[in-house]
Design a protein around this ligand. Structure first.
Ligand code: ARG
Length: 472
């Protein structure tokens, strides 16, 4: 089944409103379509049905509904779920939203028992419950994909603990680093995204049901029963807050925006690295496309698209923050606007994660090109300065000496490691034969041998520690 099916919009005359009692005139056709949400909230059908099942079971246990009614409700809901999943359910705009579509269909199916389902609840606590259930799954799905991506990164990093590349600041060659170390930086970014999703999930797994419209309900409900049945960790403590706030959706959109922003940064590097000028890596053809006019082109479409998708995630976050900011307690119809941005962030996050989890393990580093690039650009200049400090110079003086050596290298197209000892000594007498040990790329990375440093031995340890953090 596709995510949404086009609802039927020309049948309002034969569909009396579930709330129609106090109304004399019928709803304007345009207003009906304008205020409806079924076009997009039908995506919540599974959560809505699960919530209704649990609510009915609870009403049976506390003696508000009879066993016959609740059996009929359960059977009817099963049948409706099957018909939705078979693509046979007739979604109606006249019935406004997913909740009333399902409730009305239930009553058509099982008669009066269907009309009793809504006892002791409101669409206000119903929709808040549905979204939380939906987002709980979204957090789990995104976490699983993130996990897959992180595993892929760890494998690629393991294979490249001693692959040397230039490290950049200001996108200018700074110091040599290992490719494995660079990948582990990506890992750390993503691991925090993973933690944020876990944290978001934990705070959203609280149940609004029982808050009813805003003040609670006079029926002898037992919220612990429903909570247990739906797998919530706690109930929302305050009924007004429970039906009103969407901070949990904002938290999700924020976690999603951060995660996609991280993938966008990774994308930017992948795009640079695949260019002919860098040529640090190859991306397999299946993640790229060609150009209709330039036969030589192999465009890194997947990373480019992921970079582009950051915009909509940021937009969705801002939309929800703005949606919430002026609302008085408790529920307001404004909140119906929470769904489209939220669903879009869920889809975008999952899509980007999936693409990255597939693509990252397939990255092929061009180790020779990386090594050559690290050798040019005086990437071991700091190492020479540190060498002079060990020989007794103050760091500022050492910096000055190396600056002159670099100037000489630029003028004569010579790397520091390629200069004669005598040339180097002309900049400072403290320089001796052992200097060549620190001017090599290998010497440079090996010397940064502490936790968090780029030395291959440290990167190996970092990968080992990381493996214990991600689930297998
Ligand atoms: N479709 C509504 C929403 O998404 C459901 C809750 C409506 N409640 C109400 N009293 N109108 O927020």
């Amino acid at each position: 089944m596709s995510d949404t099916q086009k609802p039927n919009s020309d049948n309002s005359a034969d569909k009396p409103k579930l709330w129609g009692g106090r109304f004399e005139g019928s709803t304007d056709r345009f207003v009906e379509a304008f205020t409806a949400s079924v076009q997009f909230d039908q995506r919540l059908y599974r959560q809505d049905i699960a919530g209704s099942r649990a609510h009915a079971s609870m009403l049976l246990q506390v003696g508000v509904l009879s066993k016959d009614d609740v059996d009929a409700i359960h059977q009817g809901l099963d049948q409706i779920q099957a018909s939705i999943e078979a693509g046979e359910f007739n979604w109606s705009v006249a019935r406004e939203d997913v909740h009333m579509n399902i409730e009305a269909a239930l009553t058509e199916l099982i008669g009066d028992a269907g009309k009793r389902l809504h006892t002791g609840r409101s669409r206000n606590d119903q929709v808040a419950t549905d979204i939380r259930l939906y987002l709980r799954d979204a957090c789990d799905d995104a976490s699983a994909e993130l996990n897959r991506l992180m595993q892929g990164l760890l494998d690629l990093a393991s294979a490249n603990t001693d692959t040397i590349m230039p490290g950049f600041t200001h996108l200018q060659t700074a110091q040599p680093v290992t490719f494995g170390h660079h990948l582990m930086a990506w890992f750390e970014m993503l691991y925090r995204d993973y933690e944020r999703l876990q944290d978001t999930r934990q705070r959203l797994n609280r149940m609004p049901l029982g808050a009813a419209a805003l003040a609670g309900t006079p029926y002898p409900i037992d919220r612990a029963i429903t909570m247990e049945l739906l797998g919530f960790d706690q109930v929302c403590e305050n009924s007004l807050d429970a039906v009103s706030d969407r901070d949990f959706a904002i938290e999700f959109c924020s976690a999603a925006a951060l995660c996609v922003m991280h993938m966008s940064r990774m994308s930017e590097e992948l795009i640079l690295w695949t260019s002919a000028q860098f040529n640090f890596i190859e991306l397999p053809d299946r993640f790229c496309t060609g150009s209709s006019i330039m036969p030589q082109k192999k465009n890194p479409d997947v990373p480019e698209l992921v970079r582009g998708k950051t915009g909509r995630c940021n937009g969705n976050l801002l939309a929800l923050l703005t949606l919430m900011k002026g609302q008085p307690l408790a529920y307001n119809k404004d909140n119906q606007e929470d769904k489209e941005p939220l669903f879009d962030s869920v889809d975008t996050l999952l899509g980007c994660l999936r693409a990255f989890a597939d693509m990252v393990p397939a990255i092929i580093p061009n180790k020779d090109t990386m090594h050559r690039a690290a050798k040019s650009g005086f990437s071991t200049a700091t190492d020479l300065a540190d060498y002079l400090v060990r020989k007794g110079l103050a760091f500022r003086d050492a910096h000055e000496v190396v600056g002159m050596a670099v100037k000489h290298g630029i003028e004569n197209k010579l790397d520091l490691a390629d200069m004669e000892l005598e040339t180097l000594r002309s900049f400072h007498k403290a320089i001796e034969q052992d200097v060549f040990g620190v001017l090599t790329l290998e010497g440079s990375v090996n010397s940064r041998n502490h936790i968090g440093g780029t030395a291959p031995s440290q990167v190996k340890l970092a990968i080992e520690r990381a493996r214990t953090r991600v689930k297998h």
